[in-house]
Design a binder for this molecule. Structure first.
Ligand code: HEM
Length: 216
């Protein structure tokens, strides 16, 4: 008998059929849209990755600057999801692929928390392509299980990286994208005026802000 969090053969085949509709360009909403004269996509996979990244950058604009080539990245995403659905028998290889992927993402500065956003974007994009009738509650729950299974490998590696060396992630969010507030700048100036060393300035900054994550 399967444990409640395990994906059954039946569930996997349901998810695979829904994914095949995207790979074979037969996803119901896509098929309807394709008939409209001004619809620019003849390929469902390209449509899927287009709406996926558009949605990602709409709700998480900080992610935009991280990607060099969204098209090739889209192909990589489709590839990894296909592997997720076809390698259920070879768990060892699958786990190795995900471990490798987690390290690639760590180097890119991806935060553990961002995987949740990507999950939501994935489910949204699947629903958008497949339509409510195909992407019903049952199918949604299966995709949640599949995605969560991926995260069970990726997240511990991301968290481990963040607790040992999260500087890359912090700079991307706090320094580059969110300017320091006037209060923060004043706190830094105050400590510099009193001629404390760099370590004290850092400590003071984190105490002033009541936020240990400010140490970088
Ligand atoms: C489980 C969720 C995810 C999957 C399955 C996934 C999949 C992939 C794959 C297959 C690659 C290509 C890796 C390679 O070239 O070796 C990649 C690269 C990348 N991913 Fe993800 N990813 C996920 C989550 C995220 C998140 C949360 C972010 C950040 C918001 C992100 C940002 C990136 C970036 C910036 C690259 C490199 C792209 C480039 O160099 O243009 N990914 N991802």
């Amino acid at each position: 008998m399967n444990a409640p969090n395990e994906i059954t053969v039946h569930e996997c085949s349901l998810a695979r059929s829904s994914w095949d509709m995207i790979l074979n360009h037969t996803a119901p909403v896509f098929v309807q849209l394709r008939d409209q004269p001004d619809f620019p996509f003849g390929n469902c996979m390209i449509y899927f990755t287009h709406i996926f990244y558009k949605r990602l950058f709409d709700i998480h604009p900080f992610a935009k600057g991280m990607f060099k080539n969204v098209q090739s990245q889209g192909r990589a995403l489709v590839q990894i999801l296909t592997i997720a659905l076809t390698s259920t028998e070879d768990r060892v290889l699958y786990d190795q692929i995900l471990t490798q992927l987690a390290h690639v993402h760590n180097k890119k500065g991806v935060k553990a928390a961002e995987y949740g956003i990507v999950g939501e974007v994935l489910f949204w994009s699947l629903r958008k392509c497949l339509g409510e009738e195909v992407y019903n509650t049952t199918l949604h729950r299966i995709w949640i299980k599949l995605f969560s299974q991926m995260l069970s490998i990726i997240i511990p590696i991301a968290v481990q990286y963040e607790v040992t060396d999260g500087r890359g992630q912090e700079r991307r969010f706090i320094i580059k994208n969110i300017p320091l507030s006037e209060q923060e700048n004043l706190a830094i100036l105050r400590t510099e005026e009193f001629g404390h060393g760099e370590d004290n300035a850092r400590r003071s900054r984190s105490v002033d802000m009541g936020n240990t994550h400010r140490i970088h």
